[in-house]
Design a protein around this ligand. Structure first.
Ligand code: 5AD
Ligand code: SF4
Length: 446
């Protein structure tokens, strides 16, 4: 690297939106320190793999990828591992992968430029301290998405769900100051975006000491130019009536909530330490639906948690049917080292065969409910925001306020604009639509 040429960085992101948002912050920090982003590891002076530890499978993918980097990286390139797996394994990664120079957990990104410089001088390092003050307020994120902006409002998690590694990898819960979130929202509008997604591990438990999540929704929703406001992921127990009222009264808040259920069996929920029962979850859904009629609901569900009986599992299926989720992310339980679930009696562990069979039944229940509801929406008109080009040429991918994907014909210059579409067809999960009239014209049907 000569002095005239700017150093380059390549980053690859695994896991949740919080990790995507962290990658945007990391790139912003490195850009401010003189780095240019490149899209291929072969071209990079610094390669960062921003990792996830949520399930064994996520970690296996990263391990495979790190192996691959060995042959793809330039001779003098620095390879760093960031994110949740970095936090979980720390120096173990340095020991087992000699071509990795840096291991940096989610609270250590401020020192990345310095750590890279040190690594160039031969100093390998693992940085995994938590910093409860760290919100990267002065970083200017390099946003990947040009249509909607992810805004982290809370880091860490204070729940202790027995299956979950996140409290270990992201530390205790802390929230940004409301004013900072509002400032960032204004910047996003100035950049031409009108949709924000507030991020937190249990986002609706947000508190900055003076404001709760209800205040935050109202404040962000009041920023001029914000048309769509979403958040992920809330915890059922943090949906106070105040928060639900703020959702209903803030016109930008979209008619969709992603509300992780995890299981429909009170017995299993108790063992997961979710802190609500089947009935408690149903009650939360009812309160949301009565405040926001027609609100769509998606969820996360784990099957095969230790001790889950056939009857417990059937209660999950009946809950899915009774609630009528619009979609669900479904997972087989994956034991994570150090979490309480791994210490449950071995004879209670559900075999992989049984877990796979339950997963298949769950997916088919989710899909058939989704198909039925989506067929019932055909012919309706919706406001969509056009997000990107669809995989098939000449088509665009758009999203309704209630989080349905609609494929519409059109040119790339429509990306970032709103339109009214008529839902003309469905694959069962996504829709095809016809643009009825551009947004500028008449009041929209939601
Ligand atoms: N095994 C399987 N799924 C898990 N999740 C979290 N931890 C585990 C685990 N150990 C799922 C939960 C959570 C989603 C992000 O990942 O459903 O809501
Ligand atoms: Fe993965 Fe959870 Fe970390 Fe997100 S917070 S990257 S899902 S382990």
């Amino acid at each position: 690297m000569t002095e005239a040429i700017r150093p380059t960085v390549y980053i690859e992101t695994y896991g949740c939106q919080m990790n995507v948002s962290d990658s945007e912050l990391i790139l912003g920090k490195l850009a401010a320190s003189g780095y240019d982003e490149v899209k291929a590891p072969e071209a990079a002076d610094v390669i960062l793999v921003n990792t996830c530890a949520i399930r064994e499978h996520a970690e296996q993918r990263v391990i495979g990828r790190l192996g691959e980097m060995k042959s793809r990286m330039k001779n003098d390139a620095i390879l760093g591992v960031t994110g949740c797996m970095a936090q979980r394994l720390g120096p173990q990664i340095l020991k087992s992968a000699k071509h990795v120079s840096l291991v940096v957990g989610p609270d250590g990104y401020r020192s990345l430029p310095l750590l890279v410089e040190n690594a160039r001088a031969g100093l390998r390092a693992s940085v995994t301290d938590f910093d409860l003050e760290e919100h990267y307020e002065d970083f200017k994120p390099r946003r990947f998405d040009k249509v909607k902006a992810w805004i982290p409002v809370q880091r860490g998690c204070d729940y202790r769900c027995t299956y979950c590694i996140v409290p270990t990898t992201r530390g205790p819960e802390r929230s940004r100051q409301l004013e900072q979130v509002v400032r960032e929202t204004r910047e996003i509008v100035a950049e031409g975006m009108s949709e924000v997604v507030l991020l937190g591990q249990t986002v609706n438990s947000y508190t900055d000491g003076r404001h709760d999540f209800a205040d935050l929704l109202r404040a962000v929703g009041a920023v001029d130019g914000i048309k769509r406001l979403r958040f992920t992921s809330p915890h059922p127990n943090d949906f106070s009536n105040r928060v639900i009222e703020a959702m209903a009264e803030t016109s930008a808040v979209c008619e969709h909530v992603h509300l992780p259920m995890q299981s429909g069996s009170t017995r299993t929920l108790k063992r997961m330490l979710r802190r609500y029962s089947r009935e408690g979850y149903f009650e939360c859904v009812d309160r949301l639906r009565s405040a926001m009629p027609g609100i769509s609901m998606t969820t996360d569900i784990i099957v095969g948690f230790p001790g889950e009986t056939e009857q417990d599992f059937e209660e999950t299926l009946t809950a899915v049917d009774a609630i009528g989720f619009d979609d669900a992310y479904t997972f087989k339980f994956s034991p994570r080292e150090g979490t309480p679930a791994t210490k449950m009696p071995e004879n209670e562990f559900v075999s992989d065969g049984v877990a796979s069979e339950r997963l298949a039944r769950l997916i088919s229940t989710v899909r058939s409910g989704m198909r039925e509801r989506n067929l019932g929406s055909l012919g309706q008109r919706r406001e969509v925001l056009i997000e990107k080009e669809a995989r098939r040429g000449g088509l665009l991918q758009a999203r309704t306020r209630d989080f349905k994907t609609v494929i519409v014909p059109g040119e790339a210059n429509l990306i970032g604009t709103y339109a009214t579409v008529e839902l003309t067809g469905t694959t069962g999960s996504t829709f095809t639509g016809a643009i009825v009239r551009e947004r500028a014209a008449l009041p929209m049907a939601r």
